[in-house]
Design a protein around this ligand. Structure first.
Ligand code: FES
Length: 573
């Protein structure tokens, strides 16, 4: 912080047309909260607290925020907590993604509008981490993130349970008639039994690992279980680090660089992480003007091994990952592939961080060495072709390899409502080697790109033991799910992308080897269908409020589903 720059309460004054009056009035009102004059002269660390009664994953934030404040005070700053929108994944309709950009705007504007010299971002549940990073990147004052940390696992009989891969596993058994109503009700009460984010390498955990790899949170903090005392110590250390950043400012734009984004893609691939993270990382990078193309993702994926044996891809849970060595252990294995000169919130480079913990403990049953990886290639692959001209995503590490080179008959559902109405119809014309297609579930659709890409296996097939089928959509999939599922098709069907033109009985060819997804219909026929196509979304003119802003401004999946107007304004030449 430069000596002549206003700091603390003197920053960003309320405009009364008289600067001294503004300071006088602000000090007077701040003093009404019981602060002494000396305290009000301190630099201020804002704490964006996303505690909410509608967010179970952040249930322990009241305890964490006290630890953050303690750290700020130890560092000589004045901690001032403020609320922002919180996004509890399962409490939002139609889907949390629709509100991620709203939360990012709230975060950005409250950081900018209120007088703070640095900010601690307390996030965790899926969309909260990218929303805060997007907002902080745009506000661009020193910022540091501390995440909620994962839930602990639970038990049902002899089975270990963790949300939410096991939620889906048992729901699949229930749908297939393998377990009864009483059992699924018992399990419902045991899947999520502590505070914290989902217990597997889902979107929340993937984004926490990405935040640490980007350098936006303290080393070693991504995977600490929510209820572990280490998390409170990490919160205290985060507050201390935030106070230190005031005197030696490091801005998000100095941390989230093109090289750091590439490092983040590497960890995403090595984790076998969530497909959602591709969208979020593109949006975060977009805020600092760094494009993240799917072609680049494929290049990195070809040379980045999968190293982490965690559900939904592998066998273990986030608490095992923490005790096995966490993000640091994976980064050390990836070291030759990483840009080690990237700056982090501590003022150390990534390379210096990794040197500091070179001899740390690693459990090889959870984190493989680069020499003997779980998979030689990254967990995600982008597919292109006439069905996805701007790309689609497949999580190959969570898919059935026997389905990787397949041609099949399309069974089309035109919307989520159509899917719900017909998927379990005993008369549905569907076979195990068909390809299920869901249309109108992308970002501009009325459903707001839900995590519906994990189409259920039709009951007439699941009861016969069919566990996986190729499923294709412009929707997303929960990071905790698995299956041979092609997602994020761009452009989406709601804007007339080729997915909208697929009809029952068409042939579709998937080749993971060639990274292609093709609709085997002639160009003439596709053109004929294109001429007849009409959008099935509510017109913008009939919308109001945030719904209207969203419908007008949301970008396609390959651009991170950000709003175009939130991206940096190009500099004038
Ligand atoms: Fe919050 Fe899964 S519901 S991370």
């Amino acid at each position: 912080m430069a000596a002549d720059e206003p700091h603390g309460l003197a920053r960003g004054l309320t405009n009364y047309g008289d600067r001294d009056f503004s300071i006088y009035l602000r000090n007077s009102f701040a003093a009404s909260m019981g602060y002494s004059r000396d305290v009000l002269k301190k630099p201020i660390v804002g704490i964006a607290n996303t505690y909410s009664g509608f967010n179970n994953c952040h249930r322990h934030f009241p305890e964490m925020v006290e630890a953050v404040k303690r750290g700020v005070l130890l560092g000589g700053g004045l901690p001032l907590e403020f609320p922002t929108i919180s996004l509890g994944e399962v409490f939002l309709s139609p889907t949390s993604l629709k509100f991620r950009n709203l939360m990012s705007m709230d975060t950005e504007e409250m950081i900018r509008a209120q007088p703070m010299d640095a900010v601690v971002l307390m996030g965790g549940c899926d969309k909260t981490v990218p929303a805060q990073l997007m907002g902080a990147a745009s506000a661009d004052i020193p910022a540091i993130q501390i995440v909620a940390g994962p839930m602990m696992t639970s038990r049902y009989g002899t089975e270990r349970l963790g949300a939410c891969t096991d939620c889906r596993r048992f729901w699949g058994k229930y749908r297939a008639g393998e377990i009864q109503r009483e059992t699924i009700e018992d399990i419902e009460g045991r899947l999520a039994t502590t505070s914290g984010t989902c217990a597997v390498m889902g979107t929340a955990s993937t984004m926490a690992c990405i935040a640490e790899t980007l350098g936006m949170s303290l080393p070693g903090t991504a995977a600490i279980p929510a209820v572990h005392a280490d998390r409170l110590r990490a919160a205290e250390a985060t507050g201390l680090a935030a106070a230190a950043m005031i005197h030696k400012p490091i801005r998000p734009s100095e941390i989230i660089t093109e090289k750091a984004v590439e490092n983040a893609v590497r960890i995403l691939l090595a984790l076998g992480g969530s497909t959602n993270a591709v969208i979020h990382l593109a949006a975060i990078a977009g805020r600092v003007g760094v494009p993240l193309s799917l072609e680049r993702l494929n290049r990195l994926s070809d040379e980045t091994p999968v190293l982490v044996n965690l559900k939904p891809v592998g066998a273990h849970y986030m608490e095992d990952f923490f005790f096995a060595g966490g993000v640091g252990a994976v980064l050390r294995e990836l070291k030759p592939l990483l840009h080690l000169d990237c700056m982090t919130v501590t003022g150390q480079t990534l390379g210096e961080r990794l040197e500091a913990d070179e001899a740390a403990w690693v459990d090889r049953t959870v984190i493989a060495s680069a020499g003997t990886p779980l998979e030689p290639e990254g967990g995600l692959v982008a597919l292109f072709g006439n069905l996805a001209p701007r790309g689609a995503i497949l999580k190959r590490s969570a898919a059935d390899k026997n389905l990787f080179e397949t041609e099949g008959r399309a069974v089309v559902f035109s919307s989520l409502a159509d899917l719900a109405a017909r998927i379990d119809d005993p008369d549905l014309d569907v076979e195990a080697d068909d390809i299920l297609v869901l249309q109108n579930a992308g970002p501009k659709s009325d459903s707001g790109m839900p995590e519906a890409g994990y189409l259920p296996i039709p009951k007439k097939l699941s009861t016969k033991g069919v566990k996986d089928m190729i499923r294709i959509s412009d929707a997303r999939m929960s990071g905790t799910a698995f299956g041979t599922i092609v997602l994020h098709i761009a452009p989406e069907s709601a804007v007339g992308g080729p997915l909208a033109l697929v009809r029952n009985g068409d042939r579709i060819r998937l080749s993971v080897k060639a990274k292609t997804i093709e609709l085997l219909v002639s160009n003439e026929e596709l053109e004929r269908r294109r001429q007849a196509w009409r959008p099935e979304v509510k017109p913008v003119a009939e919308r109001r409020g945030y719904d209207k802003v969203y419908a007008e401004a949301v970008l396609q999946a390959d651009e991170g589903c950000d709003f175009a107007f939130l991206q940096p304004v190009p500099e004038k030449s």
